[in-house]
Design a protein around this ligand. Structure first.
Ligand SMILES: [Zn+2]
Ligand SMILES: [Zn+2]
Length: 295
């Protein structure tokens, strides 16, 4: 979206026509910039005269899309903490980052509503920018392409469903909007405890979307390959201990979500690793001589 050619780019929005704000405790909000309060091309009527061989003809002005797209952005549910996340603000500091960004941008550009589009799944330890790229993809789709989406953290979705039961709402009432939205991003996949009920909710959500030809994107802190020493069978570890947490983190994604869901994910998505990089390896349990950088 751009300002009319006759004016210099706006100092507040740089010509984008909108501003994205971080509202603490809420999700990211986009609003029309003051420079767009009254469109200089159409005077706010929504129609502009454009030249044609037979003289000027009235056409829908581009500004009509703006409010529609801002509404789509505001429906995504991007956490306020990453309100400003975009492809432009994503920092590329390794070939892995550049490849992951390429996959996300490619998805956004090629996405078509009338065709099934393969999604992507980013895995790696926290801090690599996975959530940033999910949010950037959804932002771009809404603001540049007018495509609606939702962002959910899987654990929060599960707790919404549990709260819903208490209020007499079925899980379908909460899942329904997520079953039909053109693009869904599920963050923190595998962080839940993996109970049969949790797995069946995840299975229902992604299988229905897959069967409807809808794209789903994922981010997970779990790797595809084992990263730590396998546990000694029969050894008891206090579930509150750091050791227990580290062992849970060393589990693979397939172990966390179950083989059935894992195989569905591999059909639906391109997998790519997006990890913070070498600088954090010394802080991570089990990353010593046996290191998990070999793939
Ligand atoms: Zn502006
Ligand atoms: Zn206009």
């Amino acid at each position: 979206m751009s300002t009319p050619v006759e004016s210099a780019p706006c100092a507040s929005c740089g010509g984008a026509g909108y501003l994205v704000e971080q509202v603490l405790g809420k999700t990211a909000r986009a609003r029309r910039c003051e420079c767009q309060a009254r469109c200089t091309r159409c005077g706010g009527s929504g129609f502009a005269l454009v030249p044609s061989p037979s003289g000027p003809v009235a056409q829908a002005c581009a500004c009509r899309h703006l409010d529609e797209r801002l509404t789509l952005f505001n429906q995504i549910g991007i956490p306020a903490a990453i309100a400003k996340a975009s492809f432009e603000t994503f920092k590329v500091w390794s070939p892995e980052h550049s490849a992951a960004k390429g996959i996300a941008e490619d998805f956004a550009r090629k996405f078509r509503r009338d065709e099934a589009t393969k999604g992507f799944l980013f895995y790696g330890r926290p801090g690599g920018g996975k959530t940033h790229l999910l949010a950037s993809t959804l932002r771009w789709l809404a603001l540049e392409k007018g495509v609606g989406s939702r962002y959910v953290e899987f654990m929060l979705l599960l707790s919404d469903m549990k709260d819903g039961f208490g209020a007499g709402r079925s899980h379908m009432e909460i899942l329904r909007p997520l079953l039909s939205v053109p693009v869904l991003a599920i963050d923190e996949l595998g962080k839940e405890r993996g109970t049969p009920w949790e797995q069946s909710m995840l299975d229902e959500l992604i299988s229905r979307r897959f069967n409807s030809g809808l794209a789903t994107l994922f981010a997970t802190n779990y790797f595809l390959e084992l990263r730590g020493q396998p546990e000694d069978p029969g050894r008891r570890v206090d579930p509150r201990s750091r050791e227990f947490k580290a062992e849970a983190e060393a589990m693979t994604l397939a172990q966390r979500v179950g083989d059935r869901i894992y195989s569905r994910l591999s059909e639906m998505c391109t997998f790519a690793k997006l990890d913070p990089g070498m600088d954090v390896r010394k802080d991570v349990h089990g990353a010593g001589a046996g290191g998990f950088w070999r793939r």
